[in-house]
Design a protein around this ligand. Structure first.
Ligand SMILES: [Zn+2]
Length: 210
């Protein structure tokens, strides 16, 4: 978590719900060093599925798909259910102005996948956020790839459940796994950086890649 020391909005970034979607959690981890905050708070949870990320597997090890069991259950035997519940509670405690959920897809949007898309589940909650980013992209400002949109998040995903039950805007960012890893990480960081700027919180310094 990065606190600016100044009051302001909160953005909650979740990386690595799916452990094999490496750019999502690697970008989230780089934010710890590369986000420069002037106001507000940036919460970074990454990799959310730590055992899966260590094994580079989609599922929680010895369990199932974390992104199909939200809001989870605290006392469940299943590790993914317990993990989903703790993530759900954590987001609820922070009351973020925006949740960014960083993922990757094996195929592009429009070709049976979600690569380079922004997923939302309630356009009243996400409001202008997605359209402002797409507009900036069209003007050549933010991402190198042409992002599209997808609606809604799948049933029992973080996106869908946090949107419906907590009523916070959630945007799932999907990059394309067949692209170069550094390119994908850079695109993820560009999206987070856009929203830090949008909320007047700060920026992501992409020049200082480790
Ligand atoms: Zn995913």
């Amino acid at each position: 978590m990065i606190r600016s020391g100044q009051p302001g909005p909160c953005i909650f970034v979740v990386g690595g719900i799916h452990g094999d979607e490496a750019a999502g959690w690697m970008a989230a981890e780089r934010l710890q060093n590369q986000a420069v905050l002037a106001s507000g708070t940036l919460c970074i949870l990454s990799p959310a599925n730590r055992t899966g990320a260590q094994a580079l597997k989609r599922y929680v090890v010895n369990s199932g798909d974390l992104n199909r069991v939200f809001p989870g259950e605290d006392s469940a035997d299943d590790p993914a259910m317990r993990l989903a519940a703790s993530i759900f509670h954590m987001i609820g405690e922070w009351k973020p102005n925006l949740v960014l959920d960083l993922h990757e897809s094996k195929k592009p949007l429009g070709a049976g996948g979600l690569g380079y898309s922004l997923i939302f589940s309630d356009d009243k909650l996400t409001g202008d956020l997605i359209w402002e980013l797409l507009l900036s992209n069209e003007e050549g400002g933010v991402c190198r790839n042409n992002f599209g949109t997808a609606f809604p998040g799948v049933s029992r995903s973080l996106n869908r459940v946090v949107t419906e039950q907590l009523k916070y805007p959630v945007i799932t960012v999907e990059t394309l796994r067949s692209d170069d890893l550094e390119e994908r990480i850079s695109e993820q960081l560009s999206v987070v950086g856009f929203f830090l700027d949008y909320f007047g919180m700060g920026e992501v310094n992409e020049a200082e890649e480790k």
